[in-house]
Every structure is written in structure tokens, then in C-alpha cells.
Design a protein around this ligand. Structure first.
Ligand SMILES: Cc1cc2nc3c(=O)[nH]c(=O)nc-3n(C[C@H](O)[C@H](O)[C@H](O)COP(=O)(O)OP(=O)(O)OC[C@H]3O[C@@H](n4cnc5c(N)ncnc54)[C@H](O)[C@@H]3O)c2cc1C
Length: 350
């Protein structure tokens, strides 16, 4: 199968201020060997919506080595019109310089007006490099993406220490670049009947040279339940004043087949491991059921729970901000409500 050779000189650098020279939406896939990455499916769903609004194509960029054909096809089933594939032994191990150079060279050739990338460890490493090489702006960790009346991408994210949600635009340069964390967006259902084109590129040696050599890759197993995959998360806030009630919250989580989550003060107090901290400096979750016990609802925390299907809040303060986003609110003392919840679940199961 013929491949288009990509090098630093394949395309003359387009002017980032020539808005008409850039067209289409890109989603850069998270590198993965096995299943189609969930975060890529989430980004493709938003990419589909944005490209439909603009009346342009949606492309998914896949980089790696030995990329399974299934994964390439999955990109189409998840919403892409085009799949741009870069499969090369030098792309087997992630190196931010090489990934950045290859993606920037491809962007100069294909010229998308919007680039979306996952806000993961790898995405965060290469994407600022790409934005700098393309001489454009980048908004990290967006919570929302929309198109305004001027067909400009509005990138919503917390700002001023998380106290405000700001709509950020990049009106005078292209491409408009944004990253989104996993679990913020909902993926589209797979549609195997969708059709799309596949274009393969061969990255030249000038894009692959790097001072970084990967000697070994070690995959770390996550100990205990994975909060990001759990359908039920029972979250301990500072209102759960003592360890006795922390243990009770854990019991409630086990009864519901879920795991615990925590706010930052609870992690700082050593009541929960930092792996369970939810929010701006923790993880983003999208469970079917989130229960917040003595959680005030500070924006630094709630940015991590917005994608939850049902939010139940228990707080003794009727004016606590968490009630503004709760599906069900219980105004009361956690010390009374928590034992009642556990008792009632146990009784129903007898
Ligand atoms: C840059 C930055 C990043 C941050 N990142 C994060 C983050 O990732 N995650 C995070 O969680 N926080 C984060 N924070 C901290 C965040 O601003 C809040 O301080 C924190 O989320 C509050 O945690 P809380 O709701 O447990 O505690 P509090 O705000 O102290 O709220 C406790 C709540 O419990 C209620 N309560 C008290 N006693 C009872 C009782 N007996 N029964 C029922 N209700 C009771 C109170 O009415 C109150 O609403 C960050 C802060 C900054 C500045």
C-alpha cells in the first residue's frame, strides 16, 4: 500500500493568521496497543459534533507501531470521516519530541482548523510543542467545547484558581488547539456501518531523530479499584469528620459495588490515598452514581464530577453549592444519614 512520505519540508509552513488556509477538525488519538482508547472515542464524539456544526470533515490521527487494523476501523466507527495513520517502528515508544515533530509536520500538510488531543500524561507532553511549532494557542484541560456565531471554537475551562469558568477563543490564529481530560466527554455508540477513508504516512528520518532513547518500558498495575472505571463512587468530604465515618463510607461503597473517592482536604488529612482524589488536581470521573458525603461542592472538586449520571449529596448546610448540581439532595448530618443508608440497603437485601 502506498504511503505519503512526511518530512519537515513536505509542506511549506502555512500562515497561522490566514484563517481560510485551515479546514477540518482533528482528533489525535491516545497511543495504545490493545483496545481503542476510551479517551479517543470521547474526543471523537465531540469532534463529530463540532465538525457537523462547521460542515467540515473529522479526521483521527493514529500514531504508533503495529497499529491493529481493528483500531483504525474503530476510529471510523466512533465518528471519524478520515483516519490519518503513522505506523513506524520509531513511533513504538512514546517520545514527546518525535511525536510533536511528526504531528506538527502532518498538521502543516493537512491544515486542520481545530486540533483536539487527550489531556493525558502523553498528550500533555507533546501538545505544547505542537502548538509552539504551529505558532498558535492552546487551551489545556477544557471542560466544554462549542462553536460560536463566528464559527470560532469556544474552549471552556476553570480559571483564576478554579473560581471561574472562562470561555477562551483563539480568533486570529489557526489551528485552534484544545486538550480534554478522560471521562469529561461521552463517547458516541459504535457504528460499524460508518464509512471513512484511511491515509497512511511514512515519517522521514528528519522527524524521527531524537536525543531520547527508550531503554525499557515498565507497565505499572493499579493497586485496588480503579476510581475512573467504577460505576459507583462514594466520596468522603471534610464533613465526614472522623475515621469511624470514613470506614462507614467505605462500607457503603462496598455494599453498592463501588469504590470511595475523596476531596483534597480529606487526602491531605491522610484519610484517603491521593489516587482517590477527585477534581482539578485529582482525577475526573463519570460514574453512574456519585454520592458526596459532607462535600461542600467547591468548583475545584466539581469539575471532576460533572459527567456523573446521578449525583446524591448529603450536607447539613442547605446552601452548600453541591446542591446546585445534585440530582438528589439530603440536608442532614452525615453521622445520622450514613448509618441509615447502610441499614436500609442491608435490610432490602435480606
Ligand atoms: C488550585 C487548587 C486546586 C484544588 N484541587 C482540588 C481537587 O482536585 N479536589 C478537591 O476536592 N479540592 C481541591 N481543592 C480544594 C477545594 O477548593 C476545596 O477546598 C475542597 O474541595 C473542599 O473539600 P470539602 O468539600 O471536603 O471541604 P469543605 O469545603 O470544608 O466542606 C465540608 C462540607 O461538609 C459539610 N458538613 C460539615 N459537617 C457535616 C456533617 N456532620 N454532616 C453533613 N455535612 C457536613 C459542610 O456544610 C461543608 O459544606 C483545590 C484548591 C485549589 C486552590
Amino acid at each position: 500500500m502506498s504511503q505519503i512520505v512526511l518530512s519537515k519540508d513536505t509542506a511549506s509552513p502555512p500562515d497561522p493568521r490566514d484563517l481560510n488556509a485551515w479546514k477540518g477538525v482533528w482528533v489525535i488519538s491516545e497511543p495504545a496497543q490493545g483496545e481503542f482508547p476510551a479517551v479517543t472515542a470521547e474526543l471523537l464524539s465531540k469532534g463529530r459534533e463540532l465538525s457537523d456544526r462547521l460542515g467540515v470533515d473529522l479526521a483521527c490521527v493514529l500514531l504508533g507501531h503495529g497499529l491493529p487494523e481493528d483500531q483504525i476501523q474503530d476510529a471510523v466507527s466512533r465518528g471519524a470521516d478520515r483516519v490519518l495513520v503513522l505506523d513506524h517502528p520509531e513511533l513504538a515508544d512514546f517520545r514527546d519530541q518525535v511525536y510533536g515533530d511528526v504531528i506538527a509536520a502532518l498538521a502543516r500538510l493537512d491544515r486542520p482548523e481545530i486540533i483536539l488531543a487527550p489531556s493525558t500524561t502523553t498528550g500533555r507532553a507533546y501538545i505544547p510543542r505542537v502548538a509552539t511549532m504551529l505558532e498558535t494557542g492552546l487551551t489545556a484541560d477544557c471542560m466544554g467545547l462549542d462553536i460560536n456565531e463566528n464559527n470560532v471554537l469556544v474552549q471552556t475551562r476553570p480559571t483564576f484558581g478554579g473560581n471561574l469558568m472562562a470561555g477562551i477563543v483563539c480568533p486570529a490564529h489557526r489551528p485552534q488547539m484544545a486538550t480534554v481530560r478522560p471521562h469529561v466527554l461521552k463517547p458516541l455508540p459504535e457504528d460499524r456501518s460508518r464509512k471513512g477513508s484511511i491515509t497512511r504516512y511514512e515519517p522521514g528520518q528528519d522527524l524521527l531523530s531524537s536525543g531520547i532513547r527508550v531503554l525499557e518500558s515498565i507497565h505499572e498495575e493499579i493497586q485496588g479499584p480503579d476510581i475512573c472505571q467504577s460505576d459507583v463512587v462514594v466520596t468522603i468530604g471534610r464533613g465526614v469528620e472522623s475515621e469511624e465515618y470514613v470506614n462507614m463510607a467505605q462500607e457503603l461503597a462496598s455494599l453498592l459495588g463501588g469504590c470511595i473517592g475523596a476531596t483534597r482536604p480529606v487526602v491531605d488529612a491522610g484519610w484517603a490515598s491521593e489516587n482517590f482524589q477527585i477534581g482539578q488536581t485529582g482525577v475526573t470521573i463519570s460514574p453512574k452514581l456519585y454520592i458526596g458525603l459532607g462535600v461542600s461542592g467547591a468548583i475545584h472538586h466539581t469539575v471532576g464530577i460533572r459527567a456523573s449520571e446521578i449525583i446524591v449529596a448529603v450536607n447539613k448546610d442547605p446552601n452548600a453549592p453541591i446542591f446546585d448540581m445534585a440530582t438528589y439532595g439530603i440536608v442532614g448530618d452525615v453521622k445520622q444519614i450514613l448509618p441509615l443508608l447502610i441499614k436500609s440497603i442491608k435490610e432490602r437485601r435480606c
